[in-house]
Design a binder for this molecule. Structure first.
Ligand code: NI
Length: 171
């Protein structure tokens, strides 16, 4: 297994939409294993394939940060099939958006359909924090970051702060 580099905003690859996984083979399983290791190492609660430069539809997440060995989930081709209600996820963050957090409006509950890594269909009913994680990760597969779901003003402040930092690092 290998720890992969995580792409960060404003990398253009993060705005790409993924293609569906069509074949579960050794190469795909290696990507999945590397994504899991990369997520735990970060540490993060979830990781989407697009964040490590792969445009196949894969999400890994673990709400326990690896504390509970049964809570790791691998989703291939996940889709939100139903969503309802509204919540504000507090202080949402992302491994691809370092040093920034914001409240984000999210659906309060979702139903997600996907395949597991053996190719068997999965149906997940999630609420609140779990629902937020799924929406955040599935957004990644559609080229959307959580900062695309906050106000233009807030995103502008973040962007200027980031550009300033990049300039400082240059000099
Ligand atoms: Ni993220």
């Amino acid at each position: 297994m290998a720890i992969l580099d995580i792409l960060t905003y404003p990398d253009k690859f993060l705005t790409k939409k993924v293609r569906p996984v069509e074949k579960i083979d050794g190469a795909l399983n290696k990507i999945i294993d590397d994504m899991i290791e990369t997520m735990y190492e970060a540490p993060g609660i979830g990781l989407a394939s697009i964040q490590i430069g792969c445009d196949k539809s894969i999400v890994v997440y673990d709400l326990s940060y690896g504390e509970n060995e049964n809570s790791l989930q691998v989703l291939l081709n996940p889709k939100i099939t139903e969503s309802c209600g509204e919540i504000v996820s507090e202080n949402e963050g992302c491994l691809s958006v370092p040093d920034y957090r914001s409240d984000v409006k999210r659906a309060a509950s979702v139903i997600v359909e996907a395949l597991n890594r053996e190719g068997k269909p999965l149906r997940i009913e999630a609420e609140n924090f779990h629902a937020t994680v799924l929406q955040h990760e599935i957004d990644h597969l559609n080229g959307i970051l959580f900062i695309d779901r906050i106000s233009k003003l807030k995103k502008g402040i973040y962007r200027r702060h980031l550009l300033k930092q990049l300039k400082q690092n240059e000099t």
